[in-house]
Design a protein around this ligand. Structure first.
Ligand code: BES
Ligand code: MN
Ligand code: ZN
Length: 499
């Protein structure tokens, strides 16, 4: 979709649709007031008659409003003004986007960015308008024979801002929003694709295709024999049961100065997790196609920052494999040697994410990174602990965790810290190797991070467990594109601060 910004008075907009906010109860937003004045109190009259009281998410589509240059007016309920915060604003935009998409208007002018949102400036509202709009209008289509049947979908949104002086900032914010939205979309598409299409090789091809589109991005893909030579015994142990060859994707974005140390993003790329020999129950096993959403979020974030031309160096590392049972598959009790040299007793082949990540985390050392962030749908325990609203966050460097938590707050893509205390390490003890790959049932998200922490001693590191946030189930089942907004925001702030 196309987004532009403008500053003009509502009654004069020649557009297929004007989008105006109505606050509860029956309170016109400033832009709605102006339009109402020009229309001789037409909107006030409707509200008085009880057609709309401004409850959050209410909509009313009007035609032939007198004295307005626009063909239609879409009124959106915004709730009471004192409650208008980040999440309310996002809901308002999403509702406006889906409603517009169902009208005959393929283009519209929105005055919603002028709404007062607590603690947020115009740039934030413009960027959120773009991101929430794209998020609401995303439809998965790649493997459907019948495409979306919307007759005249929304193609262009003009975002109006109150003052001409805000235009430059608003334009930059819209461009940022479009770049991040494109990254989110890529992440959703990869997540939603079926596992017979989205294989490790497919992910590698997507990374290579992305590098073709951006000069600053270079991609290299390691195959099984490269990994054998390096000694990635943990990653290879997971791949053993599968016919699909594993891939290790290295994507280097060079937007910063030559000597600037990169931030490394490491994404779990299990394109299907059956559990392996420790096989999962059949119910909802299809959802384990989403077990590559960490990898997808790394590619989505790289796409976003490359589009924004961020002045920062970032390296994406993606260990990609399936986790399947077979006669060759790794068995519970097998001991393998990781790239770090540490040995691991694999007591549960379903704890495969940490096995592929540990070798990628060791590999990250060679880039001498300023910080390493791994992103993984790592534990069911995280879904139980935090549900779908917050990603789990653990790590070894408080300032890094702090910056990530803040990036989450700014974007509504929130994370919540869990403790990574020494005491939890004990659960990984075994008599037969340096460590086991599972602790007990208790504190599963934490003991998984404990495992990873043994491979991240040489740098500042944070781990995002996105098992609960990467996709939603139910009627709207699908990938969410998280945590691309958080990661993109974190990198934007680092690029700014680094200047
Ligand atoms: N990919 C799963 C984690 C997962 C489970 C994500 C459910 C989203 C929903 C991971 O590989 C896994 O199987 N983890 C095990 C670890 C256990 C064996 C220690 C889990 O969480 O049950
Ligand atoms: Mn698993
Ligand atoms: Zn998994």
């Amino acid at each position: 979709m196309d987004f532009t910004v403008k500053s003009g008075t509502p009654e004069k907009q020649r557009s297929a649709c004007l989008v105006l906010g109505i606050l509860e109860a029956r309170h016109l937003s400033p832009a709605a007031e102006k339009a109402d004045e020009a229309a001789g109190g037409f909107i006030t009259q409707l509200l008085r008659r009880g057609d709309m009281d401004g409850k959050l998410g209410q909509t009313l589509l009007l035609h032939n409003v007198p004295n307005l240059a626009a063909d239609r007016v879409l009124l959106i309920g915004c709730g009471p003004s004192r409650e208008l915060g980040d999440s309310q604003f996002r809901k308002i935009i999403a509702k406006a986007a889906t409603t517009l998409n169902d009208t005959g208007a393929s283009e519209a002018v929105s005055y919603l960015a002028e709404l007062p949102v607590k603690g947020r400036d115009t740039a934030w509202k413009v960027r959120q308008t773009v991101e929430s709009c794209e998020d609401a209008l995303y439809r998965y289509e790649q493997t459907k024979s019948k495409k979306d049947e919307t007759r005249r979908p929304l193609r262009k949104l003009v975002i109006n801002v109150a003052e001409r002086g805000e235009l430059a900032g608003a334009e930059a914010a819209a461009r940022t929003g479009m770049a991040v939205a494109a990254g989110i979309k890529l992440t959703k598409e990869l997540g939603d694709l079926p596992p017979n299409i989205c294989t490790p090789s497919y992910l590698a091809d997507q990374a290579l295709a992305l590098a073709k589109r951006h000069k600053a991005l270079k991609v290299k893909v390691l195959n099984t024999s490269d990994m054998e030579k390096l000694g990635m015994g943990a990653l290879l142990a997971v791949a053993r049961g599968s016919e699909e060859p594993p891939k290790f994707i290295i994507a280097e974005y060079r937007g910063g100065k030559k000597g600037d140390k990169p931030v490394a993003l490491v994404g779990k790329g299990v394109t299907f997790d059956s559990g392996g020999i420790s096989i999962k129950p059949a119910a909802a096993m299809d959802e384990m196609k989403y077990d590559m959403c960490g990898a997808a979020s790394v590619l989505g974030t790289l796409a976003a920052i490359a589009e924004m031309k961020l002045t920062i160096n970032v390296v994406g590392l993606i260990p990609a494999t399936e986790n399947l049972p077979s006669g060759l598959a790794t068995k519970p009790g097998d001991v393998v040697t990781s790239l770090s040299g540490q040995t691991i007793e694999i007591l549960n082949t379903d704890a495969e994410g940490r096995l592929i990540l540990c070798d990628a985390l060791t590999y990250a050392e060679r880039f001498d990174p300023v910080a390493v962030i791994d992103i993984a749908t790592l534990t069911g325990a995280c879904v139980i602990a935090l549900g779908k609203h917050a990603s789990g966050l653990l790590g070894n460097h408080p300032p890094l965790l702090h910056a990530l938590l803040n990036a989450g707050k700014d974007t509504g893509d929130r994370a919540w810290e869990l403790p990574l205390w020494e005491e939890y390490q004990e659960s990984l003890k075994t008599n037969f190797a340096d460590m086991a790959n599972v602790g007990g049932r208790e504190g599963g998200t934490i003991t998984a991070a404990c495992f990873l922490s043994r491979f991240t001693k040489k740098y500042h590191w944070a781990h995002l467990d996105i098992a609960g946030t990467a996709w939603v189930t139910g009627e709207k089942k699908g990938a969410t594109g998280r945590p691309v907004p958080l990661l993109a925001q974190f990198l934007m702030q680092r690029a700014d601060g680094g200047k």
